[in-house]
Design a binder for this molecule. Sequence first.
Ligand SMILES: C[S@@+](CC[C@H](N)C(=O)[O-])C[C@H]1O[C@@H](n2cnc3c(N)ncnc32)[C@H](O)[C@@H]1O
Length: 251
Amino acid sequence: MADQSKETTDFGFRKVGKNEKEGLVANVFHSVASKYDLMNDVMSFGIHRIWKRFTIEASGVRRGQRVLDLAGGTGDLTAKFSRLVGEKGEVVLADINDSMLKMGREKLRDSGIVGNVNYVQANAEELPFPDNYFDCITISFGLRNVTDKNKALRSMFRVLKPGGRLLVLEFSKPIFQPLNKAYDTYSFHILPRIGQVIVNDADSYRYLTESIRMHPDQETLKSMMEDAGFDQVSYDNMTGGIVALHKGFKF
Ligand SMILES: C[S@@+](CC[C@H](N)C(=O)[O-])C[C@H]1O[C@@H](n2cnc3c(N)ncnc32)[C@H](O)[C@@H]1O
């Protein structure tokens, strides 16, 4: 077996040991958990709600189905899926980070969402679910934080039912060049300052920006999904490719 202490991977723009990344990502989300929702609204000017609505519409989820909201954090998608699947369905909100899961569980319970949602602390790379279990899996702004993305995609493929679909909502490569400079200025200079003011943590938001830049672009992620076994993989760019929604099926 490969020695993980010698293999490296990206943590933002830094190269770190593969065995270090999970702990570094955990620190980021422990630090931002309590202000995560507020920061999402502020830094995206509320647009993340539109990206998520588009994802729900693309999911085709129906009453009685079983859905995995992976890296689900504070549960925005889980809340919507819970209403869609109804009493006979099930939504699993899974996240590696207990601080994020706690925020998610409290938020959903406060808004009266109980009964068909289960909370599981799990690593996307080694999902603790049976084969062919879910009708739909979403991973929203989660994949770029995972150390071994190919392993995670294979794990998602395993637990998806034949006929089921995976939706990956993630930052991607903007397709409209003239906006790149403004996007860079915002991401590298303004965003960390907002993080400093609201969360008292500029570094976590610097990591956010860097991790977005290091994440595979639209076509690369499409190939990775195909390599993991997914069929009919396609994607839709949103907000000029700042974000993309990838969709793939297991047949
Ligand atoms: C940016 S948040 C996204 C939360 C939510 N899905 C959303 O769209 O608002 C990223 C989440 O991925 C989780 N995460 C990071 N690495 C993970 C892994 N290996 N397995 C499962 N979850 C992971 C983090 O704990 C965090 O809650």
